[in-house]
Structures are given as C-alpha cells and as structure tokens.
Design a protein around this ligand. Structure first.
Ligand code: FAD
Ligand code: UDP
Length: 366
C-alpha cells in the first residue's frame, strides 16, 4: 500500500517524491515508462565517453534562491554561463541580439547603450497590443532583425510563424543594448557537477521511495494499492484524449562524434535561416566542462510526431488544454504537475518552484 503513486520521474515527479518521502514520511511508488530517471533532463556517457544530454541541451538557470538551495542538497555545481551564436547566411552573430549583433548586422559602430537605444528606435515598429511572438520582437527591433533571427528559426522549430504563437515564446529571448553575450542573466547559472542523472538518483534514494522503471502506470493501476496520484505525463493521455490530442512538438536528435578537441565557437549554434533543416547544434563539452581530446555534438530536427517535448503555445491549444484542466480540477485524488501535465512551456527551475510551492500550500491536507 502506497500513499502516492507518482507517474513520471522527471523534475516534477522526482521533487514531489523526494519531498513527500523525506518531509511527510509518505510511502511512494514512482513509475517511469522510460528505462531511466531524470525525464528530459537525463544525461549519460555516450559510447565515446562523452557526457551528453539525450533529450537535448539542458542548462540550469534560476533567480530563485529556494530552488537553487533545494537542489543543492543533491548535487555540487559547476559555474557555467551558456552562450549561443546564430548562423545567418554563414556568418555568426551573438544571440540574444545585442550591440555586437546590431553592429555586425547593419555594418554600424554603435558605441554604447544609448546609441543602440536610439538606433533601434529608428528600426522598431510600434505594435500595440502585443498579441503574438511577431509583435513582441518587431516592437523592439523592427522587421530586418526579426526576419533574420526569429522568423525562420521559429517556423522550423514550431512549424508555425511567430505571428501564430503566443508572445511568451519569442519573448523568452531578450534584446540587449549592451554587449552581454550570455544567453541567460539569471542570478544562479550552474550545471550539476556530475550531471543531472546523478542528481536525480540522489533525490530518489530514500527508503520510502520505490521505483518502477520501464513501466507505464496504466499497466499497474489494477494491481497496485495507493491513496493518491501525482501525474506528470501529458494531460491529454491521462484522459484518454477525450477532447482530442493536444499538440506537442517533438525533436529528432542526430549525434555526431568527432576526433577533434572542439568543433564549435560556442556551446550552441542556432541555424536561423532556411539553409539547413535543423534548428540548433550543441557541443556538450561546453556545458559539462568535460576535458577530452574528442567531442560530441547533436543536431535538432523538430518533428510533428514523436516523444512530446514542447507544449505549443497558441490561443487555440490553450483553449483545448483548459477543457482538460477543468476535468483535472474535478479529480479529488489526482494532482497534475509539470510541463506536460500543465501544458506549459516551463523551464526546469519553474517546475521545481511550482512543486515546492504546491507542497507548501497543501501542507495541511497531504
Ligand atoms: P519530463 O521531464 O517530461 O518528465 C515526465 C516524465 O513522465 C517522462 O520521463 C516520461 O517518460 C514520464 N511519463 C509520461 N507518461 C508516462 C506514463 N504513462 N507512465 C509512466 N511514465 C510516464 N529547461 C531549462 O530550465 N533549461 C534548458 O536549457 C532546457 N532545455 C530544454 C531543451 C529541450 C530540447 C527540451 C525538450 C526541454 C528543455 N528544458 C529546459 C525544459 C525541461 O526539460 C523541463 O522543464 C523539465 O524537464 C520538465 O520536467 P517534468 O518532470 O515536468 O517533465
Ligand atoms: N528563437 C528564435 N531564434 C533564436 C532563438 C530563439 O527565433 O535564435 C525563438 C524560437 O521560436 C524559439 C523561442 O525563441 O523556439 C525560444 O527560444 P529558446 O532558446 O528559449 O528555446 P528552447 O531552448 O526552449 O528550445
């Protein structure tokens, strides 16, 4: 008899399991259909001994002290600030767009924030209200930079143009007036010293937590006794797609191993025009700090079908999701959390923060 059946051993499932076991003395069965814990943040050594992220590059960044301190119980950290370059017509530019990007793209020589601000004000087109991902970028930088750096990359990634997506999608990427080339500016930017998988294994190594890998929870529902469910898989699957399938964007990863010390000029290169069918290429040694004479890179090819990786933030999909959420709210003993179960484009730290908040707010009823 378990207090909780937890479906999925990614960030959402693992934080819930760890807290419920260690703080509330609950007995947990955590069920994962893959053959490993960690969800999409899972990492492993490839056949050449390079630490890779099987489901694409995962960079930990947060402004939340609580989240950082919580995860620090399970891992040491390695300081790491991610950098991305955009490949546009064979030339490399810093992304997010900053002063260096603008000087190179327009062949100008703006020397400070003020000059960049004035220059962009001659390019930006006022959009009000901001209704979609095209509006939010063009409102800041105008059509030339938008067309070069956002329009085609977004179409490749989502099979939708920015004007079909919520402002929150391209709005993830700031526009900078200075020459800061970091992808993120969060207060805490670190990678788990020994990788994510090690961190998850530590989180889940509690006497009250039992793990069942390679197991779809639906297969064990009839034979397992438990009080409550925490569900972190896709919400439409939980309800047997009764309102239709929610779109999730998938990715096919292609791997290349090279007998050279370093391949790229930055950890990730975004291929922002249509010359290549892939979106980005990532060299994992930058992220992990591994010292070897060889290197492994991944190419990302977005797909319609396959493992669900990204909820697709459009108004229509939000409306479909809300039908499922209404059903979810009627379930007394099932709690839905995480990126797939809440159909939200969450980063890892947001998932952790939500789980910690959820447990605090329900402390008296758990
Ligand atoms: P998941 O990690 O998806 O875990 C859900 C788990 O449930 C999965 O392991 C799945 O196998 C399991 N499951 C589903 N259905 C069942 C079932 N029926 N039975 C049993 N198990 C089931 N975030 C960042 O902060 N920084 C980044 O740099 C970053 N990069 C990303 C890059 C890519 C390519 C992707 C796809 C995501 C990235 N993210 C990043 C987001 C990050 O992956 C998520 O925020 C986080 O992993 C979500 O955790 P989760 O537990 O909600 O979901
Ligand atoms: N984006 C873009 N060009 C870029 C980087 C990002 O058009 O060079 C857009 C694209 O729509 C992408 C979104 O901004 O999906 C969010 O980018 P982010 O790097 O946060 O995506 P993720 O790491 O989640 O795949």
């Amino acid at each position: 008899m378990y207090d909780f059946l937890i479906v999925g051993a990614g960030f959402a499932g693992s934080v819930m399991a760890e807290r419920l076991a260690s703080q509330y003395n609950k007995k947990i069965l955590i069920v994962e259909k893959r053959n490993h814990v960690g969800g999409n943040a899972y990492d492993e050594y490839d056949e050449h001994g390079i630490l890779i992220h099987k489901y694409g590059p995962h960079i930990f960044h947060t402004n939340s002290k609580d989240v950082f301190e919580y995860l620090s119980r399970f891992t040491e950290w390695r300081f790491y600030e991610h950098k991305v370059l955009a490949n546009y017509q064979g030339e490399l530019f810093p992304i997010p767009i900053n002063r260096i990007t603008i000087n190179k793209f327009f062949g100008v020589n703006l020397i400070d924030d003020e000059e960049v601000k004035n220059f962009l004000s001659t390019k930006a087109e006022k959009r009000f209200p901001i209704l979609n991902s095209e509006d939010i970028i063009i409102n800041q930088v105008g059509t030339e930079l938008f067309d070069a750096f956002f329009k085609n990359y977004t179409k490749k990634q989502w099979n939708l143009y920015p004007n079909e997506l919520s402002p929150s999608v391209c709005g993830r990427i700031p526009v900078r007036l200075n020459d800061d080339c970091r992808y993120f500016t969060d207060k805490y930017q670190f990678m788990p010293e020994e990788g994510y998988t090690k961190m998850f294994q530590k989180m889940l190594s509690h006497k009250n937590i039992e793990k069942a890998l390679n197991t779809d929870y639906k297969k064990i529902l009839d034979t397992t006794k438990f009080d409550k469910i925490i569900y972190t898989g896709p919400i439409d699957a939980f309800f047997d797609y009764q309102f239709g399938e929610l779109p999730y964007r998938s990715i096919k990863f292609e791997w290349e191993h090279l007998n050279i010390e370093r391949k790229q000029k930055a950890a990730s290169i975004n291929y922002v025009d249509n010359a290549e069918p892939f979106t980005r290429v990532t060299e994992y040694k930058y992220l992990t700090g591994q010292k070897t004479l060889k290197t492994t890179i991944s190419y990302e090819y977005p797909q319609l079908k396959g493992e669900p990786y990204y909820p697709v933030p459009t108004d229509e999909n939000r409306a479909s999701y809300l039908k499922y959420r209404l059903k979810a709210e009627q379930e007394k003993n099932v709690f839905f959390c995480g990126r797939l179960a809440e159909y939200q484009y969450y980063n890892m730290d947001q998932v952790v923060a939500n789980c910690l908040y959820f447990l605090k707010s329900k402390a008296d009823t758990i």
